[in-house]
Design a protein around this ligand. Structure first.
Ligand code: PBG
Ligand code: ZN
Length: 325
């Protein structure tokens, strides 16, 4: 008789036949950098996550270095917002200065710069707005400008999260034109219009002042369209594609990873983090076990790397696990 239980008899045996593994090498940790001084501001809906100012960054960077995580995704929270999001492409904006500082303080960290306008615009949309419409083509040159300033500040990779059509091509061209031919673009290609982003909008102060993001982010019912988005971005020059959110979209992660030939990243977003933290705080679930189970599900679906707010904790748990083996 086929006895599936033979290979489950001990931890040693289970480890031997384990099909997927987690590693801190594949984690990307998001960091919020706010303009100002002496800031370590907790994000209420994301326990354990803070906004930092450039001068307080060493505290969190030391934790990152200690954890073994080696990649960061950087978001900026500027003091000044306007309809054009000008701080997004200010050579000395908070994000640019933050990246400059990180590359100096911890050159061994890979710094990925999120590129979007929503943290910088007074209306909170990811593009320029006219008569209540989010403009596509008019937004593209601004995203390209922002990308070049971030590359100049030292970003190792550019990650556009705006979901305007055609932005990857325009950003690629601008980076090449400015001499950054070797700076990869990691595109948020299949980014769904999701309620799971709401805690992030607390963290980045980027909630839209009117309407929502449904005319540019993807409609949750659509899976095949996510493949088209990824293929279009790859055609335009994306080096890595992102599927976001992760957990409610693991089918998309799987489809994309089986279809494309570039690395696939998935973003374990703020709402997914908040739900786990809330249940854990109530003692309703074992945080460590649920986080590791969630993360391995992303690997099983085919993700090559994971952006996650749990990165530092998870890296620590993985180290403990290895120590015990
Ligand atoms: C900005 C951006 C968002 C996230 C990453 N980049 C928010 C949004 O599109 O509203 C979400 C991250 C998260 O929820 O953790 N475009
Ligand atoms: Zn945005």
């Amino acid at each position: 008789m086929e006895r599936m239980r033979r290979l489950r008899s001990s931890q040693r045996m289970r480890t031997l036949v384990q099909e997927n593994r987690l590693s801190a090498d594949e984690f990307i940790y998001p960091i919020f950098i706010a303009e100002g001084k002496g800031i370590k501001e907790p994000v209420p809906s994301m326990p354990g996550i803070f906004q930092w100012s450039v001068d307080t960054l060493p505290e969190i960077l030391d934790q990152v270095l200690e954890s073994g995580v080696r990649a960061l995704l950087v978001f900026g929270v500027p003091a000044h917002k306007d309809p054009e999001g000008s701080e997004a492409y200010n050579e000395h904006g908070v994000t640019q200065e933050g990246i400059r500082f990180i590359k100096k303080y911890a050159p061994e960290l890979l710094v990925i710069a999120d590129v979007c306008l929503c943290e910088y615009t007074s209306h909170g949309h990811c593009g320029l707005v006219r008569d209540g419409i989010i403009l596509n083509d008019e937004t593209l040159p601004l995203l390209a400008r922002a990308s070049v300033t971030l590359a100049r500040a030292g970003a190792d990779m550019i990650a556009p999260s705006d979901m305007m059509d055609g932005r990857v091509a325009v950003i690629r061209q601008a980076l090449d034109g400015a001499g950054f031919i070797n700076t990869p673009v990691m595109a948020y290609s299949a980014k769904f219009a999701s309620v799971y982003y709401s805690p992030f909008r607390d963290a980045a102060h980027s909630a839209p002042a009117f309407g929502d993001r449904r005319t540019y982010q993807m409609d949750p019912p659509n899976g095949k369209e996510a493949l088209r988005e990824c293929l279009a971005d790859i055609e335009e020059g994306a080096d890595i594609v992102i599927v976001k959110p992760a957990l409610a979209y693991l089918d998309v992660v799987k489809d994309v990873s089986q279809t494309v030939r570039v690395p696939v990243c998935t973003y374990n977003v703020s709402g997914e983090y908040a739900m786990v933290k809330a249940a854990a705080a109530k003692g309703w679930i074992d945080e460590r076990r649920v986080v590791l189970e969630n993360l391995i599900s992303m690997k099983r679906a085919g993700a090559d790397m994971i952006i996650t707010y749990h990165a530092l904790d998870a890296a620590g748990w993985l180290r403990q696990q290895q120590g015990k083996d």
